[in-house]
Design a protein around this ligand. Structure first.
Ligand SMILES: [Zn+2]
Ligand SMILES: [Zn+2]
Length: 133
């Protein structure tokens, strides 16, 4: 039996495919992608910001961001096509977090790891002492 799902875009119920949006929205989105792509193909537009692309094409910013996140728009070429970091809002061109937030999380992880190691050691010492008695 076909599995039904709610379209992530318009909330309409549709038969689930590999996409999480319905066919109507998919066609609409492809049209939007063509518009964005056609705009960015023009050399002078390559340095456009998200806001500028949105204004020129009428495509919602969050849709353009999704194209970037899905890797359909190569931000290596479009250097100003940035969107905010999920954590601090700094402009980024790939992933969910900026470099600062990534290294902060990595540092936090390291601290947590060291803390866990210290606790493990302390426990070992405790057990050793206990064995001595
Ligand atoms: Zn839909
Ligand atoms: Zn950040």
């Amino acid at each position: 039996m076909a599995e039904l799902a709610h379209c992530a875009n318009c909330d309409k119920v549709f038969v689930k495919t590999i996409r999480n949006i319905c066919h109507t929205c998919y066609l609409e989105e492809e049209k939007m992608f063509d518009k964005v792509y056609a705009f960015l193909r023009i050399k002078e537009n390559r340095s456009a910001t998200l806001q500028e692309v949105h204004e020129a094409t009428g495509v919602p910013e969050k849709t353009i961001i999704r194209f970037v996140k899905e890797g359909r728009l190569r931000t290596a070429k479009f250097t100003n096509l940035t969107y905010p970091c999920d954590s601090c809002g700094a402009p980024i061109t790939s992933g969910k977090l900026c470099k600062n937030c990534v290294s902060k999380i990595e540092a936090d992880l390291e601290v947590a790891e060291r803390e866990a190691e210290r606790k493990a050691k302390r426990q070992k010492t405790y057990f050793l002492l206990e064995d001595d008695e």
